[in-house]
Design a protein around this ligand. Structure first.
Ligand code: PXP
Length: 254
């Protein structure tokens, strides 16, 4: 049986920090946003400490760990520097993402299949420290096989291409949705916990939230943008409601 609260919402606060960093100083504070996210129904907080510190900075991670009771999902590149930081702060989870300095955002999934030897010791080291390791990968069976072979307990499926497909018409949107569905089923069959995220909006979240294998969605940019118009609390509450509606509809069919 599917329980509604099994679908968690992780609120990504990176872009609160983007706005802060546009001027330097302390406002708006991503930790204040995390407090509000907890009030609005988030189950976790996600933050990506990029190599160039373009949004989240080291002290944000320190404060998120110290001041926020919700689990922290620390997004990190597969580098020694980031492993050391994760080991120091011991977040609930570490999501390993690909990172290129010149990209505007995380543009593709991690090539887990092509980097097995590089990733294996990191996954083991983080896991041994009690950090739940997640790999941010494309909805691709070879990548899921690699994640399982690496012993990662969790994968996060990259929903960026799916979200962009909404502008290409219903056929493209359905094709990409089906790709996520296939990956969610296949990955769950391998024993992986399935998360998803990137680019999700009010218009794209429901078909993904409806997939019963998916346990967590991580959403940031759209929520922070929508907050300009309706406030962060309302923006998160609406997303939470849409997720719950979609999951309840799945339950009703089960
Ligand atoms: N999940 C991962 C692994 C990400 O890298 C990001 C973007 O930082 C997100 C989720 C959230 O994506 P968005 O900000 O587009 O909602």
């Amino acid at each position: 049986m599917i329980v509604r609260n099994e679908l968690r919402l992780g609120v990504n606060v990176d872009h609160v920090a983007t706005v802060r960093n546009a001027r330097g100083g302390f406002h708006p504070d991503p930790v204040r946003a995390a407090h509000l996210a907890a009030v609005a129904g988030a189950d976790g907080i996600t933050a990506h400490l990029r190599e160039d510190r373009r949004h989240i900075i080291d002290s944000d991670i320190e404060r998120l760990r110290a001041e926020i009771a919700l689990p922290l999902n620390f997004e990190m590149a597969a580098t020694r520097e980031m492993v050391e930081i994760a080991l120091r702060h011991r977040p609930h989870a570490a999501c390993i993402v690909p990172e290129r300095r010149e990209e505007r955002t995380t543009e593709g999934g991690l090539d887990a299949a092509g980097q097995m030897e590089h990733l294996r010791p990191m996954v083991a080291e983080l896991g041994a420290a009690g950090i739940r390791v997640s790999l941010f990968i494309a909805a691709d069976r070879a990548q899921l096989d690699a994640a399982a072979a690496l012993g990662a307990p969790v994968v996060e499926l990259h929903t960026g291409t799916y979200c962009e497909a909404i502008d290409e018409g219903p056929e493209a949107f359905e094709r990409e949705r089906a790709r996520i569905e296939d990956a969610a089923r296949y990955g769950a069959g391998l024993g992986l916990e399935i998360h998803a995220g990137h680019g999700l909006t009010f218009d794209t979240v429901k078909p993904i939230a409806a997939l019963p294998q998916i346990r967590e969605l991580n959403i940031g940019h759209f929520l922070v943008g929508e907050a300009i118009f309706v406030g962060l609390e309302q923006s998160i509450r609406t997303m939470r409601r849409l997720m719950d509606e979609a999951r309840a509809a799945t339950e009703a069919l089960a």
